[in-house]
Write a protein that binds this ligand. Sequence first.
Ligand code: XUL
Ligand code: CO
Length: 437
Amino acid sequence: MTEYFPGIPTIRYEGPGTRNSLAYRHYNPAEVIAGKTMEQHLRFAVCYWHTFKFAGNDPFGLPTIGRMYNSSSDPVRVAEETMTAAFEFFQKLGVKLWCFHDWDIAPEMQTLSETNAVLDRIVSLATKLQDDTGIRPLWGTANLFSNPRFMAGAATSPSPHVFAWAAAKVKKALEISLELGAEGYVFWGGREGYETLLNTDLKRETEHLARFMHMAVDYKKEIGFQGPFYIEPKPKEPTKHQYDFDASTCHAFLQKYDLLDDFRLNIEVNHATLAGHDMLHELEYAFAHDIFGSIDANRGDTLLGWDTDQFPTDLYLTTLTMYSVLRGGGFTTGGLNFDAKLRRQSIDPVDLFHAHIGSMDTFARGLRIASKLREDGVLEEILRERYAEWGSELGRRIESGAAGFADLEKHVLQTGEPECRSGRQEHIENILNDYIQ
Ligand code: XUL
Ligand code: CO
């Protein structure tokens, strides 16, 4: 059998002292932290599109990355070889979950039925590889943004014919996600937005999007797909404005159109920053409103204004992410999907391993630190103190709804000025730094 990543061994935990670049220093899957193994906490998934399909092209340059598995001139052969290589990669890395778009795993052919036939062929190969290895998809999705037919949107296209195409693609993607045992299904509305409002009926498009989501829910129930649906917020790129702008915009959409029972959010770091938030904001918003689902783990670059999808190697980011996830009760059906790609100059197969190993180690360290922070209760204690005054009679009367404006005016007239207290931000940041070592 062809080995697509020759010379690369199975990656094992060797501990922080190792000098082996193809070993985990911190990710020790079986180690128990706060009642669960690291593997159960982190639920890493490899993304198919960036890891196996990204060829290093950017808006200014041609592909730089060639792989053994995409060298054939026959696209179906490429799809088969790539799937086989992917499972070699998952196994060598020791990751049990993967994520995919229909378009990543099989080429689009001349007609929908030909495309679906090729998809079926690749899905049966994937099923066999899954059965041999016990690896399953964290989620599946349909690519409704690369083909020119979706240039003006998919469910929000001005054309009902394109809407129908989007429906047909999602129908098939749901069927194959079910067949592969995917734990969830993602909707990322890459072109569900606009370039200019001068040619866009925003209200009508939003209603079409909601109609589409209801049809997807109906079909999910019809075929017995049990997993959650996720919406993945992103404010822009490729469109100037995307309807799923950020967590709170998605929340409002789900509430208005009565979709909250069937959807949660898949929060992505670089999308949060493009929306002008940090990851922690999006996570905390999702947890606060019971719509947290899963994470697309990556990071952006503050000096570049687009979605650079870099591998997450920032320990502050992973610590705060895991702190929020632990506080929120941890992942259930969600996980950490590396929606991240190599830099254009990282052209060797081994770069893919270094990228994943480094990110997994950074999340493992983040988990360890976050768990210690929670165990010591330092941040909880700060919050408790900061809001302690709400335990007073005044606080209780406000929170229970017993007090009105007239009572509050009376209170102020009697007691005068409130005591101003420090927010202690610098002190708290120092505490965090003490834990991140
Ligand atoms: C694009 C993005 C997508 C989704 C899945 O920015 O994040 O890859 O994760 O469609
Ligand atoms: Co993503």
